[in-house]
Structures are given as structure tokens and as C-alpha cells.
Design a protein around this ligand. Structure first.
Ligand SMILES: CC(C)(COP(=O)(O)OP(=O)(O)OC[C@H]1O[C@@H](n2cnc3c(N)ncnc32)[C@H](O)[C@@H]1OP(=O)(O)O)[C@@H](O)C(=O)NCCC(=O)NCCS
Length: 130
């Protein structure tokens, strides 16, 4: 199997924070953001290995700045390491206030995904060119 570049698995997902996404303080709920991050990371891992993937673990999520109601969320994800059947995906999250025209870093995290074959058994993945 030919190795692939990290850039080949890059995904940028954009969402608008609506009232149903927020907590009592008008900030995006952490759980909702983690859900969006999981989807962005799964798409990225799937692009790398060209197979269905499942989330194996989520490491080191830290919420630095809240994302406000009405702001835009940009989630950038790409595969940083490939092991045998598992892949590490790095995520960076930015908030954007489109009215006042500035962006701010919200958080970052590493997710691990495992590729599965049609029998739902772990499937070897291609290596990553950093
Ligand atoms: C992840 C899963 C496929 C691993 O299956 P398994 O039978 O334990 O397979 P293995 O022990 O052969 O491990 C396969 C790979 O997964 C990795 N892995 C397993 N559990 C892991 C964990 N908790 N965190 C990180 N990696 C993990 C192993 O290190 C191995 O990686 P490698 O092949 O690159 O060395 C299985 O545990 C599973 O289906 N989990 C549920 C996934 C899911 O439903 N996610 C949605 C959230 S509930």
C-alpha cells in the first residue's frame, strides 16, 4: 500500500452556532462540539484509509475559549499518524465572529480511529507521510 500525505486527509467542516446548540450562557455546548469534531475526524480518517472507521478514543480535549451563539465554527482535521489498523487525527477548532470580523482559537484534540473490514474486523491502513 502506498503511503499518503497528511494533507490528503485534510477536512474543514463549518457550522453555525444556533440557539439549540448552546448552554445557558449562550455558548456552544461542549458535547455538541465534540459530536461535530467526531464527524470531521471520521471523514478525515476515512479519506486516509478508504474504509469505514470507528472512534476508538478521544484524547486531550481542552476548551480554551467559548464559541458564542451566532458565531461560526471551523473544525480542521487531518491524520497525523497511522499505526497498523489505527489512525491518530489532529483537530483544531476556530470560532469566527463574522459581524465583527475576527477569528479565535477554541480548542484542539486528538482522536483515534480504527479502520474496519466488511466483517467489522480491524483493517490495516496505509502509512502517513508527515
Ligand atoms: C476499536 C475496536 C474496533 C478495536 O477492536 P479490537 O478487537 O480491540 O481490535 P485490536 O485489539 O486488534 O485493536 C485494533 C487497533 O485498535 C487500537 N485500539 C483499540 N482500542 C483502543 C483505544 N481504546 N484507544 C486507542 N486505540 C485503540 C489498537 O491499538 C489497535 O491499533 P493498531 O492495529 O494500529 O496497533 C473495538 O474496540 C470497537 O469496535 N470499539 C467500539 C468503537 C465504537 O463503537 N466507537 C463509537 C463510540 S461508542
Amino acid at each position: 500500500m502506498n503511503a499518503k500525505k497528511s494533507a490528503d486527509s485534510k477536512v474543514i467542516m463549518t457550522e453555525l452556532v444556533l440557539p439549540n446548540d448552546t448552554n445557558f450562557f449562550g455558548n456552544l455546548m461542549g458535547g455538541r462540539l465534540m459530536y461535530w469534531m467526531d464527524i470531521a475526524a471520521a471523514i478525515s480518517a476515512g479519506k486516509h484509509c478508504n474504509a469505514p472507521v470507528v472512534t476508538a478514543s478521544v484524547d486531550n480535549i481542552s476548551f480554551e475559549s467559548p464559541v458564542k451563539l451566532g458565531n461560526v465554527v471551523h473544525i480542521e482535521a487531518f491524520v497525523t499518524r497511522a499505526f497498523h489498523t489505527s489512525m491518530e487525527v489532529y483537530l483544531r477548532v476556530w470560532g469566527e465572529d463574522t459581524t465583527r470580523q475576527f477569528k479565535y482559537k477554541s480548542n484542539e484534540a486528538y482522536y483515534t480511529f480504527v479502520a474496519l473490514d466488511p466483517h467489522r474486523k480491524p483493517l490495516p491502513v496505509v502509512q502517513v507521510i508527515p
